[in-house]
Design a protein around this ligand. Sequence first.
Ligand code: G6P
Length: 320
Amino acid sequence: MVDRANRPSALNAPSAAAPGPQVDISGSGASSKVTATLPSGESVEVLLYGATVTSWKSDGGKAENLWVSEKAALDGSKAVRGGIPVVFPVFGPPPKDGHPTSSLPQHGFGRTSRWEFLGKSTSEDALDSSSVKLDFGLYTSGLTEDARKAWPFDFGLVYSVTLSKDSLQTVINVRNEGESSFEFQFLLHTYFKIQDISKVSINGLLGVEYIDKVLNASTHQQSDASLTITGEVDRVYASIPQDTTTILESGTPRFDVVRDNLSDTVVWNPWIEKAKAMGDFSPDDGYKNMICVEVGAVKGWQKLEKGEVFEGGQTIKSLL
Ligand SMILES: O=P(O)(O)OC[C@H]1O[C@H](O)[C@H](O)[C@@H](O)[C@@H]1O
């Protein structure tokens, strides 16, 4: 359990032992961000706006794993086009049927709220496998008035981002802090950086049913072991039995995406026309260098009664 009162006082207190992970806070206001770097060079950067991971470098800091648009707003004026936006409490356009999320914007308020940095915890061992965990919090009191009116529930979110040498783990903890129950959806909208979309394939979805948003939300079943991307793709794969989805480039595994207590995965690439039509998507041909593989709980709703907690997340492994 994260202690909400635990604010980082001495972020990088000197110690006699070998240097541990370095954690820094920089920028101000909506541009504030937290950066953590391991002694071996790997790093992660998290914008407080949306608790959006905007960079994750592995391989000693040499390989950036996340795609961020050159025109992404990083000043809190708009959800970040890239990195790992946090989608909560509704995925996509909210239902129009009077569901309690109906007045929220697309993908909810998680990615457009200013989160608090709750602090870091580190672990180190003799084998140079240190890791650092950064905790971020968002509570009803931290919402804009508009968001609070649109979704009038008392909740607490703690989002933990753990950087290890070859992996990044991002986990949400959702607590119902109010008197009445509420329903929500959650998704980690990860934009993976890849070299060439024409050489990418995605494994681990064989046999899974999906809703194809490009084909009028019709239902299909994944019949190929490898999904390749040759045009716009926007699919919601639901109730996936396999824990791991693998992104390959030229047949070589590049990323493993391991789901924890989340049963769905969205695969999205806007392709040529949709990429051009998005004002914050740049360069125009950036769609060749990104693929969104987004783990979540988005088919149906997660319900929490008073005092109940939901936890779910992903571990993404860079396989370079
Ligand atoms: O433009 P955004 O609100 O960030 O949404 C970007 C995309 O997110 C998800 O992947 C959805 O499945 C897509 O339908 C949507 O276009």
